[in-house]
Design a protein around this ligand. Structure first.
Ligand code: FAD
Length: 412
């Protein structure tokens, strides 16, 4: 094949890769997207899709398809801290609900959308080598399902190949804001455990678990403990998982009368940012920015990367902006957007009890519906933690709690 058979080759066809391929193909570019997996297939991940991710699917014209799969909507996030529960709406007027779609369903839908947009999709194709000329990436060498090794060339190779990215391993980008593994989490699917449209989160010292409704009338239940307990607990995942529920007796009663329908799956992940571009290469999704899954941001972050990166590449392909300038903006926008959430996520992932000041604030949030909605929206990625925890907002929440206390004292 001659040089630049494609404008872009995307390695990885799940949440980051397929939307990136789809958006570039919709702009008329020649795109090849490959994955060693075939679809539909599962991957090691729970799958809360917060409202901003749902909104992205709406923008792309794919939300109706997701809804048509029968995935139940989630209109309430409830954070049970033990003494009280903060229950609020996670969405916005434009995207009021979240979903928890099985990755078998979501990823297949995204791959099909890339293909429909005109991207060439090769499933069962493993990239073995990133091809370079000097310091520039010029293509990939890989093996297809027919066992043949082929070289493919393109103007840019986009690593959407997850946190163990082979594209990143080849180009060795700068890695920054690194934090070690903080939490290990394990999940399974349960029947007979309805949550009535709620994403339930239980926070206890050194323990956290959550339940969300998914396809086929099943409920996903994920539970985690600090990474420091990984070794001690790894031979009794089930026992540790089940014992955790005793910390929330009402939930323990409910799950005792439910049935587990799948094996446990789980892992721990490191936290890092990678420079997401260089000569002839780019990174999207977990390949470029990985964080603990406690706040379930990864899928919508991958969607956002797909939009930002495809926009930047379009500017470069169409000679509107130099490559470094357009892609530099992609990196800056990503980092600015996710920075406060990254810190919030890493703090939560320690599973340490909230500091006294935060406990006071959460107590003041309790019972204030606007503030509880605000807290739900921080967790859903709608509102930045920087905005919610800003002095002005905190003062407003405390003032409102004081007002409530005064009026209940005067009526009591
Ligand atoms: C336990 C756990 C729970 C999580 N829960 C949530 C949650 O509730 N909500 C949420 O939003 N996020 C969650 N996440 C994060 C989420 O899974 C990721 O952020 C998301 O999958 C990233 O998508 P991606 O497309 O970047 O990478 P991936 O989903 O990892 O996809 C990468 C793809 O690249 C392919 N690939 C890799 N190397 C090659 C190669 N050499 N050749 C060809 N193909 C290759 C792989 O086969 C794979 O299909 C969770 C993660 C974990 C680990």
């Amino acid at each position: 094949m001659g040089r630049d058979s494609y404008d872009a080759i995307v390695v990885g066809a799940r949440c980051a890769g397929s939307p990136t391929a789809m958006l570039l193909a919709r702009k008329g570019y020649r795109v090849l997207v490959v994955d060693r997996a075939t679809f539909p297939s599962d991957t090691l991940s729970t799958h809360i899709l917060h409202p901003p991710g749902v909104e992205a699917m709406q923008r792309w014209g794919l939300l109706e398809r997701l809804v048509a799969t029968g995935c139940p909507p989630i209109d309430t996030y409830a954070f049970d801290f033990g003494p009280f529960t903060l229950s609020g709406s996670p969405g916005t007027a434009a995207a009021p609900v979240a979903y928890c779609p099985r990755r078998t369903v979501l990823d297949k839908l995204l791959v099909d959308a890339a293909s429909e947009a005109g991207a060439e999709v090769r499933e069962g194709f493993t990239v073995k080598e990133i091809l370079t000329e000097g310091d520039r990436v010029v293509g990939v060498r890989g093996r297809g399902s027919d066992g043949q090794t082929v070289d493919e060339d393109s103007r840019v190779v986009i690593g959407a190949d997850g946190r163990f990215s082979s594209v990143a391993a080849a180009v060795r980008p700068e890695q920054y804001n690194e934090k070690p593994m903080l939490l290990c989490g394990y999940y399974s699917y349960w029947s007979g455990l309805p949550t009535d449209g709620r994403f339930e989160v239980y926070i206890r010292p050194d323990r956290g678990f959550a339940a969300a409704p998914t396809h086929d009338d099943l409920t996903l239940v994920v539970a985690g403990w600090p990474y420091s307990e990984f070794e001690a607990n790894k031979n009794d995942i089930e026992g540790n998982y089940l014992r955790m529920f005793d910390l929330a007796p009402e939930f323990a009663d409910r799950i005792r009368s439910a049935n587990r329908e799948a094996r446990f799956a789980g892992t721990a992940v490191p936290n890092f940012f990678r420079r997401p571009f260089g000569p002839g290469w780019a990174l999207v999704g977990d390949a470029g920015y990985n964080k603990d899954f406690i706040t379930a941001q990864g899928i919508m972050d991958a969607f956002r990367d797909a939009e930002l990166c495809s926009t930047a590449l379009d500017q470069w392909f169409s000679d509107d902006r130099p490559y470094d300038e357009a892609m530099g903006e992609y990196q800056a926008t990503r980092d600015e957007h996710v920075g406060p959430m990254f810190e919030f996520t890493c703090q939560l992932a320690t599973l340490e009890p909230p500091p006294a000041e935060l406990q006071q604030l959460l107590g003041a949030v309790h019972g204030n519906q606007a503030a509880m909605d605000g807290f739900a929206r921080v967790n859903s990625g709608v509102t930045s933690p920087a905005e919610f925890f800003a002095d002005e907002n905190v003062e407003r929440i405390f003032a409102s709690a004081n007002e409530r206390d005064r009026s209940s004292a005067s009526t009591g």
